[in-house]
Design a protein around this ligand. Structure first.
Ligand SMILES: Cc1cc2nc3c(=O)[nH]c(=O)nc-3n(C[C@H](O)[C@H](O)[C@H](O)COP(=O)(O)OP(=O)(O)OC[C@H]3O[C@@H](n4cnc5c(N)ncnc54)[C@H](O)[C@@H]3O)c2cc1C
Length: 496
C-alpha cells in the first residue's frame, strides 16, 4: 500500500478518533476533557456500536458478565441477564454516546482510508471517504474483530441458495423447514446453532476442532436486583469486584496449564450430561488443553447437537457445489443455505497497512510478521498515534473493557505530556523492544503456547501478539504511571 497525497484539507481537529465501538466511544468520553471541542469521531458504518451493531445473529450475547463487560465510569443497572444480549449492549453504547453528548462529533459513513504523519506540521493527515482532514492526535479504535472471514472454499460462489457470515446475518432468509449447513464451531456458532436448530429441517455442522464448552449459568436479573444495583450505594461495585476477582484467579490456570485439568473435568461432565450417544460425544471431545483456544460458554449448544435433526461432520468442508457441501471425507450434503461462523480476519490489525510514518512506511510493514507496541498502545516512529485493541490487548480470561480503561489512562497522560511540551510523543524503540520482550517472557509456559492447538492468539511467526498474557492488575500497574524516560518528545521545530 502506497500513501496518497492530500488535495484540499477541509478541517483540522486536535483529536481524531477512528471507530465508534466500545473503544472509540470510551476514548471520546475520557479524552475530550483534555481537548474540549475539537474532537471528531470517524465511523465507516451508519451508526455507532462496533461489533455490537454488526453481530445481530440469533443468540448473540457477551460471554463475560455484563457488570464487568461495561465501563466502570458508565455503569448500567439495566442489564436483564447475567450475560447481556446484543440488542442491550448496542443500546448501552448508543446511550453512552448520547448521554455524553458525542453524537454531534460522530461522522458516520466516513471510512478513513489512510493516515500519514506530516512531521513538518506535527500533525496527521487523514484521507477519509469524504475528503481530507488533519489532526494533532489520532486514536485508532478500529477493533480487531471487525472484518469477517469467509474461508476460501472451492465452489463457494456456485452455490444456488443463500450464503452468509454470522456477523452479516441475512434476516430476510427464513430458515424454517430448510436444510442448513453451518461451518465453524467458534464463539458465534455456539450461540446461534441452538437458536436455529428447533426451526430448521436439518442442520449439518462442519467442525474442524471441537471447542471446550463450559456451563454458562446465565440468569435473568430480577427487577428488584436491578433496582438494588441502581440505588444501593456500593452494591454494584461490590458485585463487579467479586466477578472481577473470580476471573482474575482463573488466570492462574492459563499460566499453569496443569491446573486446567480441573476445568476439563467439568467440561467433560457438561458434555456427558447433555450427550448420551458415545459416537457424538467422541466427536465433540476437544483434543487440546482447555484454554488454548477461547473457552466457550453455553448450556444450550450440546443439547441442540444431540437432537435428531442435527449431524456433526468432523474435518471441515472440502468444497461447495451448487446444491450442497462436500465434507473432508468426500461425503455429499445437499443443503438449502450455508452459514459461516468462521470468525474474523485477525491476521492484521485493521488500517495499520495504511498508517504511514514520515518516510512513507506503513505501520504493518514496520512490524513485519509480528505487531509490537509499547503497552499495546503506542508505536515507535508513529508519533501522537494510539491504538486501542492494539497488539496484546485481547484477553482470554476476562473483560477487555478493563484493558481499554487502563489504556485510556495511559493515553490521557501521554497526550498531556505532549501538549505540555508543545510537541509530539512516541515510545522509544528501546522501550517498545523491552515491552515486547516482557510479553514474550510472560507468554512462555502458558496454555496459549503449550496447549497443543492452533489459535488466532498466535501470529504467523508463532508469537503471541494478540493476548495480554498477565493479569488486569498487572497491566493497570504498568499503565497507571506515565514514564517520560520511555518516550521521545519532539517539539514542533523538530528538536528532541
Ligand atoms: C460477537 C462478539 C462477541 C464478543 N463478546 C465479547 C465478550 O463477551 N467479552 C469481551 O471481552 N470481548 C468480546 N468481544 C470482543 C470485542 O471485539 C470487544 O469486546 C470490543 O467490543 C471491541 O470494541 P472496539 O471498539 O475495539 O472494536 P469494534 O467494536 O470492532 O469497533 C470498531 C469500529 O471501527 C469502525 N471502523 C473500522 N475501520 C474503520 C475505518 N477505516 N474508518 C472508520 N471506521 C472504521 C467499525 O465500523 C467499528 O464500528 C466480542 C466480539 C464479537 C465479535
Amino acid at each position: 500500500m502506497v500513501k496518497s497525497e492530500p488535495t484540499e484539507i477541509s478541517d483540522h481537529h486536535t483529536l481524531a478518533i477512528i471507530g465508534s465501538g466500545f473503544a472509540g466511544l470510551g476514548a471520546a468520553i475520557k479524552l475530550e476533557q483534555l481537548h474540549g471541542g475539537s474532537v471528531v469521531i470517524f465511523e465507516r458504518a451508519s451508526s455507532v456500536g462496533g461489533v455490537w451493531r454488526d453481530n445481530d445473529y440469533p443468540g448473540a450475547a457477551c460471554d463475560v458478565q455484563s457488570v464487568l463487560y461495561s465501563y466502570s465510569f458508565a455503569p448500567s443497572h439495566r442489564w436483564r441477564h447475567t450475560y447481556a444480549r446484543q440488542a442491550e449492549i448496542r443500546l448501552y453504547l448508543e446511550d453512552l454516546a448520547r448521554a455524553h453528548g458525542l453524537m454531534p462529533r460522530i461522522r458516520t459513513e466516513h471510512a478513513v482510508e489512510s493516515l500519514s504523519w506530516d512531521a513538518d506540521a506535527s500533525r496527521w493527515i487523514l484521507d477519509t471517504a469524504r475528503g481530507w482532514s488533519t489532526a494533532n492526535h489520532v486514536v485508532l479504535a478500529t477493533g480487531s474483530l471487525a472484518d469477517p472471514t469467509l474461508p476460501a472454499i472451492d465452489g463457494i460462489d456456485t452455490f444456488d441458495g443463500p450464503v452468509f457470515h454470522s456477523s452479516q446475518w441475512n434476516h430476510d432468509v427464513d430458515l424454517s423447514g430448510k436444510r442448513v449447513a453451518v461451518v465453524g464451531t467458534g464463539a458465534s456458532a455456539i450461540q446461534f446453532v441452538p437458536k436455529i436448530q428447533p426451526v430448521v429441517k436439518s442442520l449439518t455442522l462442519f467442525q474442524r476442532t471441537a471447542p471446550w464448552v463450559m456451563p454458562r449459568n446465565d440468569r435473568p436479573i430480577s427487577e428488584s436486583t436491578r433496582k438494588r444495583l441502581g440505588s444501593v450505594p456500593g452494591y454494584r461495585r461490590a458485585s463487579r469486584a467479586v466477578i472481577f476477582a473470580k476471573r482474575e484467579i482463573k488466570l492462574l490456570a492459563f499460566r499453569h496449564p496443569v491446573l486446567m485439568r480441573i476445568g476439563e473435568r467439568e467440561g467433560r461432565a457438561h458434555l456427558r450430561h447433555a450427550v448420551s450417544d458415545p459416537a457424538l460425544r467422541e466427536k465433540l471431545s476437544p483434543n487440546y488443553r482447555m484454554g488454548c483456544k477461547r473457552i466457550l460458554l453455553s448450556d444450550e449448544y450440546y443439547p441442540a447437537l444431540a437432537q435428531p435433526n442435527v449431524s456433526v461432520e468432523n474435518g471441515g468442508v472440502a468444497k461447495v457445489t451448487p446444491t450442497g457441501v462436500v465434507d473432508a471425507a468426500g461425503g455429499v450434503h445437499e443443503v438449502d443455505a450455508i452459514i459461516f461462523g468462521t470468525g474474523f480476519d485477525t491476521s492484521k490489525l485493521p488500517l495499520t497497512d495504511r498508517v504511514f510514518d514520515e518516510n512513507g512506511q506503513s505501520m504493518a510493514d514496520s512490524w513485519g510478521t509480528s505487531p509490537r507496541a509499547y503497552l499495546g498502545t503506542t508505536v515507535a516512529g508513529f508519533p501522537n498515534l494510539y491504538l486501542m485493541h492494539g497488539p496484546n490487548i485481547a484477553l482470554g480470561h476476562t473483560s477487555v473493557i478493563m484493558m481499554f480503561e487502563s489504556q485510556l489512562g495511559y493515553i490521557e497522560r501521554a497526550m498531556k505530556h505532549a501538549v505540555d511540551a508543545s510537541g509530539s510523543i512516541e515510545p522509544t524503540p528501546e522501550a517498545q523492544a523491552e515491552y515486547s520482550a516482557d510479553i514474550d517472557e510472560l507468554t512462555g509456559g502458558t496454555v496459549w503456547t503449550s496447549g497443543g492447538c492452533s489459535s488466532w492468539y498466535l501470529d504467523p511467526s508463532g508469537r503471541n501478539s494478540n493476548l495480554w498474557p498477565g493479569s488486569i492488575l498487572g497491566y493497570r500497574t504498568r499503565t497507571v504511571r506515565f514514564d517520560p524516560t520511555q518516550h521521545l518528545v519532539r517539539s514542533s521545530d523538530g528538536s528532541r
